[in-house]
Design a protein around this ligand. Structure first.
Ligand SMILES: [Fe+2]
Ligand SMILES: [Fe+2]
Length: 335
């Protein structure tokens, strides 16, 4: 960054090219937690990086509206792993003032996921949900297939999605799903890719979906699907080393990261935050930055769309939740 122009005694007033974002989310993926003490590849403690991320976030003073986790939350779908996850994430998210949005992945177990993360009765039905984040709709779509690692969406899920999208959200929609609807650059990934993507394309096209957030491949990548930008967050546990033989696969303990998602009036911006202990070279505080902008006569316009109070709708999810958590009357046993 340059401070050219600072020497002008009377800077020419200028307005920044873009206004402040309307929404700010965090996007994390593939935590692959095990019960406490468990190691991936006999050497990686998956909760270590996750704990560090939340310690860093709390120290930074950042205030995301929501934290979206795009699946593979527990490596084997263990109840203890989900409890460990909640123990790390939920208290920190509460202090940050952020809503937590969980999405299913192929390593997750639908029954345990429902029970441990939502307090619902276990069910093998897909976990598809809708969230209203201050006017921005976030839909989580369950691309997992029980017992398999490849992804798929049933006709019923696609119908449900189309029906939900039939009503446009005030600030548009972000679709969160584990398996990305993108080409694979590692051959083994083809075995576990999202199948029948053309059917999803039909539903996404022409909808108010502004961005798709995904995970699964354990490296940061991006592309487009049906004209919609797709951002894949790397994993917080271990990542794929892409400096290997073309089309080969080599997992590594390093280069973990997560993404910042800034939702502007005209676009969705994804920024990768690597989890590395970089040496600080210089620091300019937010207050000092504002003072420098003011000295240069630069104004950044306020967000275009004001946050809307989340509306709790008596929709299918609430009804489903009610039905699933109602006490069950068992028939009287005859002795
Ligand atoms: Fe994963
Ligand atoms: Fe996965």
């Amino acid at each position: 960054m340059s401070s050219r122009g600072a020497s002008h005694s009377r800077p020419i007033p200028r307005t920044a090219e873009h206004a402040r974002p309307d929404h700010f989310l965090l996007h994390l993926s593939d935590t692959h937690l095990l019960p406490a003490g468990g190691k991936l590849y006999d050497s990686v403690a998956p909760e270590r990086t996750l704990s560090r991320i939340f310690a860093d976030l709390e120290a930074s003073g950042t205030h995301p509206e929501a934290i979206v986790f795009t699946g593979d939350l527990a490596d084997h779908g263990d109840a203890d792993a989900y409890r460990l996850l909640r123990g790390i994430v939920e208290p920190a998210a509460a202090r940050l003032g952020a809503e937590v949005i969980w999405c299913m992945g192929n390593h997750d177990d639908r029954r345990t996921f429902r029970r441990e993360l939502f307090g619902q009765l276990g069910s093998t039905r897909p976990v598809d949900r809708v969230y209203d984040v201050n006017g921005l709709r976030v839909i989580t779509l369950d691309t997992s297939v029980p017992g398999e690692h490849w992804g798929a969406l049933s006709g019923a899920q696609l119908d449900w999605l189309a029906e939900e999208l039939a009503t446009r959200a005030p600030h548009g929609t972000v679709l969160a799903m584990h398996h990305p609807p993108l080409p694979c650059i590692q051959d083994l990934a083809v075995l576990v890719e999202l199948r029948d993507q053309a059917e999803l394309r039909e539903v996404v096209e022409g909808s108010d979906i502004r961005a798709i957030l995904a995970g699964h491949v354990h490296f940061s990548t991006s592309g487009t699907f049906a004209g919609v930008p797709v951002s894949v967050a790397s994993a917080t546990c271990y990542t794929q080393d892409l400096t290997t033989e073309a089309r080969g696969t080599r997992p590594q303990d390093g280069a973990q990261s997560y993404n910042l998602v800034h939702v502007f009036d005209e676009m969705v911006l994804n920024s990768v935050v690597p989890i590395t202990a970089g040496r600080t070279l210089s620091t300019t505080s937010a207050a000092d930055s504002a003072a420098v902008l003011a000295a240069h006569g630069v104004t950044v316009p306020a967000r275009r769309n004001e946050p809307l109070e989340a509306v709790r709708r008596p929709d299918r999810i609430d009804r489903e939740l009610e039905a699933m958590t109602s006490p069950i009357t068992l028939p009287r046993r005859s002795e």
